[in-house]
Design a protein around this ligand. Structure first.
Ligand code: NAD
Length: 334
């Protein structure tokens, strides 16, 4: 039933089991790299929880998946603290919702937001943080629960596209996505099948399982790659926009996805989404949507974050491939 038609007690009896289910799926996905349901199933259940909590704020809890980033870092890997939290990202499932998001951003009374956005592909991997001191790689870590992540430095050093040394003696953190190219994923699963090992559900889980290894020799065999896209302390790069930050990261030797585009209006945004929805299958890596970021970095800082997501970026998620029509027309109209 639509959330608006529920009584408090009906909502209460739905919300408990729903939250439990999402917590269980979250553990399987973030901690065990082994999801039991497709992403769109998780996303739909999550959306339902968001709506229930909006309609019945008295049923909100601090441990709700809507208030937390990712999973807890429970593996045997050493833990690291992220001084600047690594957050999740809000998402929308249609152009209309994206335009509503932009409209609300424009109406922000405290921050003047110029409608200039940098659009990027949303790489389907896992977040990676790289820390450099005087230009030397000193730490690689996963997002974990956003505050506490896992130390994967030795593993990261086996990834060819991660520079060990920068051409400038910068002390910076660079964030991005670690992913497994489609071909490497197909090869890995084929090999695992012949060896009688369980196969990975998708490239994202294969990348996560491969990066979060106790033995870097295993990671080294997994053909992981990276696309870096974020420097929290961008002032250190002397740049003012996200598009320039990407360019500077490229100059520093990072792998940066070449498909970003600066846009200013709905037509340009629709055009970009249409292009990459069509090209998606031809790319050698998986993407699950596009990311829209306010291009001016000082404005990003002024907009800040909620407990879980930045206010300056949003993901437009592609409809799931096989289910596209059904889900878009029937189930996502709520
Ligand atoms: P998310 O992964 O959807 O989005 C946030 C992440 O996007 C960032 O942390 C970053 O790593 C990544 N990203 C990729 N390209 C980027 C770019 N160009 N710029 C900035 N960031 C970029 O959010 P989340 O909260 O980590 O996870 C939610 C996702 O995980 C949903 O897609 C959900 O379906 C899936 N999930 C699935 C299950 C399941 O059981 N199948 C369970 C939990 C979560």
């Amino acid at each position: 039933a639509p959330v608006k038609e529920l009584s408090l007690s009906q909502a209460k009896s739905e919300i408990g089991p729903l939250r439990e289910k999402l917590i269980k799926w979250g553990k399987e996905y973030y901690e065990q790299d082994n999801p039991s349901v497709e992403d769109y199933v998780y996303d739909r259940a999550y959306q339902r929880l968001v709506e229930l909590e909006e309609q019945f704020p008295q049923l909100k809890t601090a441990d709700s998946p809507t208030q937390k980033v990712g999973g807890t870092a429970e593996s045997q890997l050493t833990k690291v603290r992220h001084e600047i939290p690594m957050l999740s990202m809000g998402d929308v499932f249609s152009i209309e919702e994206l335009m509503d998001f932009n409209q609300r951003q424009q109406e922000n009374r405290d921050v003047k937001v110029e409608p200039e956005y940098n659009l990027e592909l949303k790489i389907d991997g896992l977040s990676l943080s790289l820390v450099y001191e005087d230009g030397q790689l000193v730490q690689g870590s996963t997002r974990g629960n956003g505050t506490i992540g896992e130390d994967v430095t030795a593993n990261v050093r086996t990834i060819k596209s991660v520079p060990e040394k920068l051409p400038e003696p910068l002390s910076i953190e660079v964030r991005g996505e670690c992913y497994m190219p489609k071909e490497a994923f197909a090869k890995l699963n084929a090999k695992r099948e012949t060896e009688g090992l369980p196969i990975f559900a998708n490239p994202r889980n294969a990348a996560a399982g491969s990066l979060r290894q106790l033995d870097p020799k295993v990671t080294a065999q997994r053909e992981l790659d990276t696309f870096m896209y974020y420097v929290p302390e961008y002032q250190k790069l002397g740049v003012k926009t996200q598009a320039d930050a990407l360019e500077k990261m490229r100059e520093l030797g990072f792998n940066v996805n070449p498909n970003n585009r600066v846009v200013h209006n709905r037509t340009e945004i629709e055009q970009y989404i249409a292009e990459y929805t069509a090209q998606r299958d031809q790319l050698t890596y998986g993407i699950d949507g596009i990311v829209e970021k306010v291009n001016d970095l000082d404005t990003e800082v002024a907009l800040g974050n909620t407990v879980k997501v930045p206010r300056w970026e949003i993901a437009y998620k592609f409809p799931p491939e096989e289910q596209a029509t059904i889900v878009r027309d029937i189930e996502w109209t709520v």
